[in-house]
Design a protein around this ligand. Sequence first.
Ligand code: ADP
Ligand code: ADP
Ligand code: ZN
Length: 218
Amino acid sequence: MQLILLGPPGAGKGTQATRIGEEFGIPPISTGDMFREAIKKKTPLGEEVAQYIQAGELVPDELVLGIVRDRLAQPDTAVGFLLDGFPRTLPQAVVLDQYLTEKGQKLTVVIDIEVDPEILVMRLSGRRICQECGAVYHILTKKEQQAGICDHCQGRLIQREDDYEATVRNRLTVYTNQTAPLIKYYRDAGLLLQIDGAQPISAVYQGIITGIRQRLGQ
Ligand code: ADP
Ligand code: ADP
Ligand code: ZN
């Protein structure tokens, strides 16, 4: 099963990715998480991508394609994968198609989570993530049990620097200009599953699972 999660920043991709991955036994792969990990570890890749992420711009395609190629070459992806935050540009989508064709694989479904911009700003400004494991929280809609501490690993919760309001607006513009065209690309390919992401987390999840099962004829 080869899945893609598409949708603007704050739509709920990361939140849903973990659960969908568990449901189907496939690894969720988040390019944003991989970049944040590289920045934290101060690797050469981390140094290179930090400025783009900080500014709310996209990381150049060559750098993104490099890490995705390496990740998809790992043996745990033999059963499939769930891409969260990739592809984000048409060239990335085209290269992914070529790569899958070479491997004799095909995309199963592209899940597009749709949410209005005003809600996105609220979601991103209240988002907190675990510094250690990347788990996602929200100050209003998904609170941790013990203030400032991750429920899963006891790590410290922080606000992402690119979630400050000025950067958020730029990220939403970047999404509209560079990533939204992928909706048509995948619709034309007959792969798109659109989900109303303004619903509560569990309803979004149910919509996704039901939609995927329908596609698979299960
Ligand atoms: P969000 O979950 O808010 O949509 P991500 O964690 O997916 O954000 O990504 C954070 C940042 O990492 C993006 O704003 C962008 O700078 C960079 N990034 C992640 N994935 C990609 C990609 N596929 N192409 C280009 N840049 C990316
Ligand atoms: P993305 O990966 O698409 O950028 P996240 O999964 O990180 O989005 O979610 C963004 C913020 O919105 C997080 O703080 C998360 O807890 C919250 N959130 C996610 N889905 C919902 C939802 N359906 N309803 C309310 N808040 C949500
Ligand atoms: Zn944690």
